[in-house]
Design a protein around this ligand. Structure first.
Ligand code: PGA
Length: 261
């Protein structure tokens, strides 16, 4: 079962996740982070940047792999995930950009971009901690409903719902790319620790399904139930549809602190 932690604010969620990641980096300076984009992980990146500064942690060896990328956006497009990761993660944390990888969404090389990305993750020794958001349609990464639990990094077609959800980042909904390249559910499940965050009532159904629903490719977030070390950090609104909420609170309140996340 995933550990579910309900927090009072997005900032608190960011601190909690960042605290666990900073402990990992302190113990393993060349740790490999799995980096999500979207709005959800921003409090984590803010808290990480703050923690790196205040604790004086050396991040020069830290490595990272983004979860996904749009296909076919012009190089340097501000909403390409390569640009977003540079802006939200690499610059604020002071990471070495050469150690941070993003799937290559360029059309010219797209046919083997997934395989190349899988090889790069494997050569790095795998992802230590994978930060995840969840889509309102239940996707993790851009693994839309129906994605195989064994899937590797590959091209997917975004659902109309995901394109609507992401239209806020573009001038017009039509500008949201139709295709993406995303780590597969199989790729995500190979990460050693999953840290899934969700905020707001709009995510409540997706969270309830991922944590407590029947395991099904129709609900890609349910893949986390197959992972031996998955942590779900949610605010009250995103926790609103969980059946076993009392138990999650009880377990968290009685958790030995030395265990960490
Ligand atoms: P969001 O997206 O963090 O911007 O809500 C989450 C996702 O689509 O996985």
């Amino acid at each position: 079962m995933a550990e579910v932690v309900v927090v009072e604010s997005e900032a608190r969620a960011g601190e909690l996740a960042a605290g666990s990641i900073l402990d990992l980096i302190a113990a393993k300076p060349d740790a490999v982070l799995g980096l999500a984009t979207g709005s959800t992980p921003l409090p984590v990146y803010r808290a990480l940047a703050e923690g790196v500064r205040s604790r004086g942690i050396d991040v020069s060896s830290l490595r990272g792999f983004a979860l996904d990328e749009y296909v076919g956006l012009p190089a340097g497009h501000p909403e390409s995930y390569r640009s977003v990761i540079a802006r939200e993660v690499v610059q604020p944390l002071g990471l070495d950009p050469h150690r941070i990888h993003v799937p290559n969404g360029a059309l010219e090389t797209i046919s083997d971009a997934g395989e190349q990305y899988e090889l790069a993750i494997e050569r790095a020794g795998g992802v230590d901690v994978q930060i995840l958001g969840i889509g309102t349609d239940g996707h993790i990464g851009f693994n839309e409903p129906g994605s195989s639990f064994a899937s590797a990094t590959r091209v997917k077609t975004l659902t109309a719902q995901t394109r609507r959800d992401n239209a806020r980042f573009f001038d017009s909904p039509d500008d949201v790319p139709m295709h993406c390249i995303t780590q597969g559910l199989g790729t995500i499940l190979r990460a050693r620790h999953l840290l899934l965050l969700a905020f707001g009532g709009g995510k409540a159904d997706a969270v309830a399904s991922a944590v407590e629903g029947p395991i099904s490719a129709s609900s890609p977030g349910t893949a986390i139930q197959l992972h031996p070390h998955a942590t779900v950090i949610v605010d009250e609104a995103a926790a609103g549809r969980l059946q076993n909420l009392d138990y999650y609170r009880y377990a968290w309140n009685n958790k030995p602190r030395w265990q960490g996340l």
